[in-house]
Design a protein around this ligand. Structure first.
Ligand SMILES: [Zn+2]
Length: 370
């Protein structure tokens, strides 16, 4: 499965989508509350079919305005609720939450129903009450098609982000494969907090741009401006949007760096060894900086890239000693503290950079991993 994401330009039709989001959120809220009430009353859980039946009844009786919603999208929403509860019963997830209106961000249309796609134009079927009858109301939207999608389309999703922009996502069954020429090289990589983001066993150090750190001043200014404004006023909303745009920019900068780094590693090396991260422990130690460096995101991107380019990614277990042993003779330096960036092995006398030594150890342990 692969998803392609395209922006919807600013068009007056987008108001229709915005209203659709709000209506769909009402369905979302209603059914979650309904399930909770049923539980309180001691009734059994109502599965997807029961919810669908109830929805049809509501359309006939108390909620006739819900007939204007695209039925396929409503079915998908009910399926999502059903999935959330099933996961909860199987102890895979927590109790399903009711989203707040502004946190409700996506609607999905399955299969080829309820929409039509031609070039850079998608037509979505709404329904409207006209001349005493519910009729189809087909609304066209153009999106910026900056690349061609491949494969068979499974479903489409419309998203709204915190900036109030709309995005059009196409999910296809295409598997991305692009074998790169083998280089015969392998590398170990050590994640670091202090001086380098990634230290390679070749001795290179990759530095993280830390976009959040560089935008902190702007963020503070905007947050101050926001707190001066009256909540809910036009100026307040403008400020909220500006803040959301800045956060989006920071996240895009970070993502861009991660993709470039992952691409570079995949181009140069056949085998990449990394350590398994203990993220919770790191967050407790370092706080905001961990979120800015986003190790987890980088590892996920690297995993995807390695699958795509047929590279081997090896993850060394969390409890494998990588920092303390000397990479030349295997002597374990027990007195090494976190502040020692350089050290000399008392056994063989070789001088080590702490991170490069760890990277070499990770490479060695990674190759041993089957
Ligand atoms: Zn040594």
């Amino acid at each position: 499965m692969k998803t392609y994401k395209y922006p919807f330009g600013h068009q007056s039709n987008c108001i229709r989508i915005g209203n659709l989001f709000d209506d769909m959120w009402q369905v979302h809220e209603y059914f979650h509350k309904w399930q909770r009430q049923r539980y309180k009353d001691g009734l059994p859980y109502a599965n997807y079919n029961a919810m669908d039946h109830h929805f049809k009844e509501l359309k006939r009786t108390t909620h006739p305005h819900w007939r204007s919603l695209p039925s396929q999208a409503v079915q998908q929403e009910l399926m999502r609720i059903d999935n959330a509860y099933e996961r909860f019963f199987d102890k895979l997830g927590g109790r399903p939450k009711i989203k707040r209106r502004n946190k409700f961000k996506s609607i999905t249309f399955p299969g080829p129903a309820g929409w039509k796609l031609k070039d850079n134009r998608v037509t979505i079927s709404f329904r409207k009450w006209e001349k005493g009858k519910w009729r189809f109301d087909r609304v066209p939207y153009t999106f910026h098609k900056h690349r061609q999608w491949h494969g068979c389309i499974r479903h489409i999703t419309i998203k709204r982000d915190a900036c109030g922009d709309y995005w059009f996502c196409i999910t296809t069954d295409y598997t991305d494969m692009k074998r790169l020429p083998t280089t015969g090289e392998s590398v170990g990589a050590d994640f670091g907090m202090k001086d380098a983001y990634l230290t390679l066993s070749t001795g290179e150090k990759k530095h993280h741009p830390q976009p959040l750190k560089h935008s902190l001043k702007k963020l503070r200014t905007l947050n101050k401006a926001l707190s001066r404004k009256q909540k809910g006023s036009n100026g307040w909303w403008r400020c909220v949007r500006a803040l959301a745009r800045l956060h989006r920019k920071v996240s895009n900068q970070r993502k861009d760096f991660h993709w470039q780094l992952a691409t570079e590693l995949c181009k140069r090396f056949d085998t990449i060894a990394i350590e398994t991260l203990n993220l919770d422990g790191m967050k407790r130690l370092w706080g905001r900086k961990v979120s800015d460096l986003a190790f987890y995101q980088f590892v996920e991107i690297l995993k995807y890239k390695c699958r795509k380019h047929k590279r081997l990614l090896k993850q060394v277990g969390q409890w494998t000693a990588t920092t303390k042993p000397c990479s030349d003779c295997g002597y374990t330096n027990e007195n090494l503290s976190l502040s020692d960036r350089q050290w000399t092995c008392p056994d063989c006398g070789s001088h080590h950079d702490r991170d490069i030594n760890a990277a070499i150890n990770i490479l060695r342990a990674g190759i041993a991993v089957p």
